[in-house]
Design a protein around this ligand. Structure first.
Ligand SMILES: NC(=O)c1ccc[n+]([C@@H]2O[C@H](COP(=O)([O-])OP(=O)(O)OC[C@H]3O[C@@H](n4cnc5c(N)ncnc54)[C@H](O)[C@@H]3O)[C@@H](O)[C@H]2O)c1
Length: 284
């Protein structure tokens, strides 16, 4: 018997990375899945979003576990796309019990050099897209007087990172949105929480411009992996495995967390408890 037998979960950004891992983890526990991901690339990014082939791989993985899955190509910047995913999911799979609003993008720039497009797209995808996903499921969950929502924020909801002004603002916004969703839906028996991953081994942190700007020009994937051992308190951790984040998501949406709402759970191997360090102190 699975912990999510008979439930249906809508997961945004399910084409790859953490979203695919969440889909497989929830399916392993008995849930059917609505996998939502964007078909087109996003203009202001320096890496590609998931492809149609990526989404098909998620579908194959869930089906191999004996669960049903509905793949929906759509953009979290469109309320119509998210409403359509919910309607199609209800028509095909019966209901939506769980929302994992996981999709997200990353770009890096000093805030004063950032283009209007880069700022606007970040907020539109990472923050407004999560609001739209919640808006899409809320009336259905209210009518059923049940539901569990997890929004993927980040350790960057709480800490600074130079070049991340728009990303940090979006994730702090998700944390704030989550508290509002939790208080507005609590009376209907619906829970809302955030998971806050630390640096995790997925494509969002695997592109040359990120290595150049977070480490040094010409650095690569191996250098980032090496550097991340300094980003955790726990021994032997580097970039985290997406499964680690999925385990937390699974707990948050399961009945084991029936009394948990309005919390932001870091899964960061102790990153947020590390003491601060100024790498570029101003000379007097
Ligand atoms: N990997 C990390 O280090 C890290 C750390 C903290 C938080 N996060 C957050 O975790 C979440 C998952 O990211 P990931 O690490 O799996 O990276 P990823 O790039 O592999 O996955 C992000 C997914 O979101 C999808 N997506 C992007 N824009 C979309 C849109 N407009 N509509 C629908 N789907 C869209 C992408 O196609 C992709 O499948 C994101 O919210 C990210 O900000 C990641």
């Amino acid at each position: 018997m699975g912990r999510l037998d008979g439930r249906v979960a809508l997961i945004t950004g399910a084409g790859r990375g953490q979203g695919r891992s969440h889909a497989l983890t929830l399916a392993r526990e008995g849930a059917d899945i609505i996998a939502f991901d964007v078909p087109d690339t996003i203009a202001s990014l320096e890496y590609e979003t998931a492809s149609g082939a990526d989404l098909k791989e998620t579908v194959a993985g869930v089906e191999a576990l004996g669960r049903r899955i509905l793949a929906v190509e759509g953009d979290a910047r469109s309320q119509q796309d998210l409403d359509g995913a919910v309607a199609a999911g209800i028509a095909e799979l019966g209901q939506v019990d769980i929302l994992v609003a996981n999709h997200g993008v990353l770009s890096i720039d000093p805030f004063w050099e950032m283009s209007e497009q880069r700022w606007t797209e970040m907020l539109d995808v990472n923050l407004s897209g999560v609001w739209r996903a919640c808006k899409a499921v809320a009336p259905h969950m209210i009518s059923r007087q049940r539901g569990a929502i997890v929004m993927t924020a980040s350790i960057n909801a709480f800490e600074t990172q130079a070049g991340y002004a728009h990303y940090n603002a979006s994730k702090a916004g998700v944390f704030s949105l989550m508290k509002n969703v939790a208080i507005e839906l609590g009376g209907y028996g619906i829970r809302a929480n955030c998971v806050c991953p630390g640096a995790t081994n997925t494509r969002i942190v695997d592109w040359q411009g990120l290595y150049d700007r977070l480490l040094w020009p010409g650095a690569g994937a191996g250098d980032l992996m090496d550097a991340t051992k300094h980003w955790t308190a726990l021994r032997g951790r580097k970039l985290l495995d997406p499964q680690s984040i999925s385990n937390a998501v699974l707990w948050l949406v399961s009945d084991e967390a029936a009394d948990v709402t309005g919390v932001a759970l870091p899964v960061d191997a102790g990153h947020l408890i590390l003491p601060g360090y100024n790498g570029t102190p101003a000379e007097i």
